[in-house]
Design a binder for this molecule. Structure first.
Ligand code: PLP
Ligand code: ZN
Length: 395
């Protein structure tokens, strides 16, 4: 099963015991899980994976859950990685792939993180989970909490898409709508739940969501037949996926799967909420909070990220970049992906197509490179935003 050894602070390096409940380090920074990869190496080999279940638990040696009975599974992970032929022809990119995360439970890749976080909560005996969410994280938490028979409390911005609000309520979660952004939701949640025994599963404030999301990197490697792409284009909010995949590459090197070369990581944000883009351009180590964040891509409406320094580090060390795209361009890109590749993705997914075009035009990417776009959620949860694209076509 798991080869977890301990947890480690991302800033001061302090170690914490596995098998206990943790949020942040005393220094206020996120913790990451560490494994005995020298021992895992004998078991976690590509050829051993073939017979395993088609979900993220196929990478159990590098996941924190120690007992199979703790797993709360709805079939998360192992989503298709598809060569985008028609889109690639249009872009002049014969090796562009789509990682279709819409096929996860609850229609978004937030299921990956919540599956592992809720399973760990289950293993550690936690019964009540709370999260501020711009949309999909709340839905995923509500679903996994329901499956595990736990209570969930979700704090969402008033303008969260209807689908997200309804799914949380349907799964029996306690939903509180808050004016403002996810950041305001976090503040209200802390005030309301102070002194109560609710466990905070906010992005990177608990160490296991990132473990679930890192499995995207393992999958891409496996699905490309044991190699990594040249570039990853990732719609970035709190950065869990970027940080997780960056961690996974280090693990894969220690497992003997890869050498020192890494894919270049590109973060795409919305023009109306681009704190990482601003910090990246300024050469800053941390990102300042974005005031008045505005975008229809609710997953990108994250004005401040506690893991900002980890996101920026991954972008720089990989020789990647951060770029901002407009909401209008994202939505048009959703239509383009739907028309050429048969996938209805979310505005965040659309943002990756806008991003790849910009990166090609600016000479950051070359035509022969293998590039993966992360289509992080289904467009079916964003009907309010997509309606404007299609009205003129329906009569
Ligand atoms: C949460 C979310 C993102 C951002 O993911 P992070 O890993 O937190 O940066 C992107 N797209 C969608 C659809 C999301 O729900
Ligand atoms: Zn610390």
């Amino acid at each position: 099963m798991s080869f977890i050894t301990h947890l480690e602070c991302t800033r001061c390096g302090k170690h914490f015991a596995a098998g206990q409940i943790h949020n942040l380090c005393e220094c206020g920074s996120p913790l990451l899980v560490r494994y005995d990869l020298q021992r895992a190496r004998a078991k976690l080999q590509l050829q051993n994976l073939r017979s395993r279940s088609p979900d993220l638990w196929r990478y159990r040696e590098v996941l924190p859950v120690t007992r199979e009975s703790s797993r709360v599974c709805l079939g998360e992970g192992y989503t298709p990685l598809m060569l985008a032929r028609r889109l690639g022809d249009k872009l002049g990119l014969p090796n562009v792939y789509l990682k279709d995360e819409s096929q996860n439970p609850t229609g978004s890749f937030k299921a990956r993180g919540m599956a592992v976080a809720v399973s760990m909560a289950h293993e550690l005996g936690i019964r009540r989970l709370a999260v501020p969410s711009a949309g999909n994280a709340g839905g995923a938490l509500a679903a996994y909490a329901a499956k595990a028979g736990m209570e969930a409390a979700i704090y969402m911005p008033e303008e969260t898409p209807l689908a997200n609000r309804l799914e949380c309520a349907l799964h029996g979660a306690k939903v509180t709508l808050v004016p403002g952004s996810i950041r305001d939701c976090g503040r209200v949640m802390c005030e309301r739940l102070q002194g109560e025994d609710w466990f905070d599963v906010s992005t990177l404030r608990e160490p296991y969501r990132v473990e679930g999301k890192k499995t995207m990197a393992y999958e891409v490697f496996e699905q490309l037949g044991g190699r990594l792409p040249d570039a990853l284009i990732y719609p970035t909010g709190g950065g869990t996926g970027l940080i997780g995949m960056w961690k996974a590459f280090d693990e894969m090197q220690e497992l003997g799967w890869i050498g020192a070369r890494r894919p270049r990581m590109f973060a795409v944000q919305a023009q109306g909420c681009a704190p990482m883009v601003r910090a990246f351009a300024a050469g800053a180590e941390r990102a300042e909070e974005w005031t008045n964040p505005q975008t229809r891509a609710s997953g990108l409406r994250v004005p401040a990220a506690i893991g900002d320094f980890l996101i920026l580090r991954a972008l720089r060390e990989s020789r990647g970049a951060a770029l901002a795209v407009s909401d209008g361009a994202m939505l048009t890109a959703v239509r383009e992906i739907a028309e050429t590749e048969g996938i209805i993705t979310s505005p965040e997914g659309g943002a990756t197509l806008v991003g790849v075009r910009k990166l090609l035009a600016d000479g950051f990417l070359a035509g022969h490179e293998t590039i993966v776009l992360f289509l992080t959620a289904t467009g079916y949860k964003y009907l309010e935003a997509l309606e404007t694209l299609t009205l003129e076509r329906i009569n």
